[in-house]
Every structure is written in structure tokens, then in C-alpha cells.
Design a protein around this ligand. Sequence first.
Ligand code: PGA
Length: 260
Amino acid sequence: MTSRTPCIGGNWKMNTRLEEALSLARSIGEGVASIEASVDVVLFPPLPWITGVAEVLSGSSVSLGGQDVSPHGEGPFTGQISAGMLLDAGCTHVLVGHSERRHGLDETNTLLNDKVLAALEAGLQVMLCIGETLEEREAGKTGQIISTQVEECLSGVDQGSISRMTIAYEPVWAIGTGRTAEPTDAQDVHAQVRTQLADLYDASIAQEMRILYGGSMKPDNAGELLQQTDIDGGLIGGASLHSDKFLSIINASTTQGSAQ
Ligand code: PGA
């Protein structure tokens, strides 16, 4: 069976001023350097801080990503940032489909699919966020919503590029609310996504794909979530703004392990 290296992302959203961002990155970089176990850590700082944070983290194993990407390569798209620009700024990763963009800015699966394809085409690794709203969960539609998001957002992603994708399951009602999915409920969704990936691609691609959980993951609930068979890491918002909390979650991912 595949043993998946845990992956922890820190999504800083629209938080931190420059000095704070640099000092947070420095503490996280130092903390990660002292962890011996294998773990992939990716930070998603606000875009203006990327080059500064990249400098602070140079030589570190911590990777950097953009919080969003344009579906377009270049041109008259005021305010948008292309995948190539992210690469030039020092990013290796990008988040696509965060619920604050799906629901706050009405981004559709079709648009997100275009973003996924543009980012992969440029050579980035993509962390695709999926998740149901509370209304959808209460209506018993979680399985259907998740399956549609996976299918539509991955449309046209071929076998050669799929290994550069990570999926983050983030129930919308758990993001920034302090409410976390029950570990077994989250596990059910992760297992469903893995089965769907086996159908869309093949069993070994499904086994190798990291599927992260996000939504109020904190040091005190990370262990129980991360010990679930199909939860291979976390996408952390609020707790990633505190290096001690973020490092504690990273440590939990290495001790719980996701290898099955
Ligand atoms: P949260 O955010 O950890 O603050 O709930 C998670 C996310 O939005 O990725």
C-alpha cells in the first residue's frame, strides 16, 4: 500500500502586514528545520509578501504558494495574477477553489477548472479546495456536491498532471467558525473522494493523492483528524498565523502518519 507523505498548508488569507509576515515565516522555517520526519509544508501568504517570504525561507524545505490564480496567461485582466507570475515570484503551489472565493466571489466549478488547467500548464502544483455548505449538508447533499466539484474541477486534467494536485476537503461551515467536522464524517468524505479518483483515473493515482482536511483544524483537534485513514494533512487558516500552533499541527501530522 502507498505511504503518503503528510502535507500541511498554511493559508494566511488577507492577514499580516509585512514585518509580521516575515517574522512568522522565519519562525515557521526554523521550526520546520528541526522536524526530522518527512512532511511537506506549504505557506500561502498574501501575494505582496511572497518575494520577501521567499527570501526569508531560502534554503528551507517550506514551499510557497499563491492564494489564487488567473485562468488567463496574460493580457488586459486588471488585478489578476497569472500562473507564470506566481512562478517568477517564487511560488511552486497555488490554491484554487477556496470557499471564500467560491461563495464570496461566486467562482464556479467551470472557472475553477480553467484555473486548475492554467496552473498545471504553467508547471505549478495545485491545491484544489472542495466542500459543502451547511445548507447542503443538512439537506443530505454532501456526497453529491463533493462528487460534482471533483469531477468538474478536474475535467481535462490528464494522468500526467494529476500527481501535481492535492485536494483539500473544507466543509464551508467549519471554516473560521471553530466548528470542526467529526473526524469520522470527514473520513467518509475523504474516502468517497479517493474512490472517485480511482474511477476517474486509477487505483494507484487514488492511493497516491494527498487529501487534506481544512476547517478550524487546531492543535487540540488535529491529532484525531490526522489519524483517520484518508486524511493526509491539513489546510490551516487561523492557526497558521501562530507559529507555535502551526508547528504543533505539523508535528501531529508526522506522528499520526497517513500511511496505511
Ligand atoms: P480555518 O481556515 O483553519 O481558519 O478554519 C481554513 C481555511 O480556510 O483554509
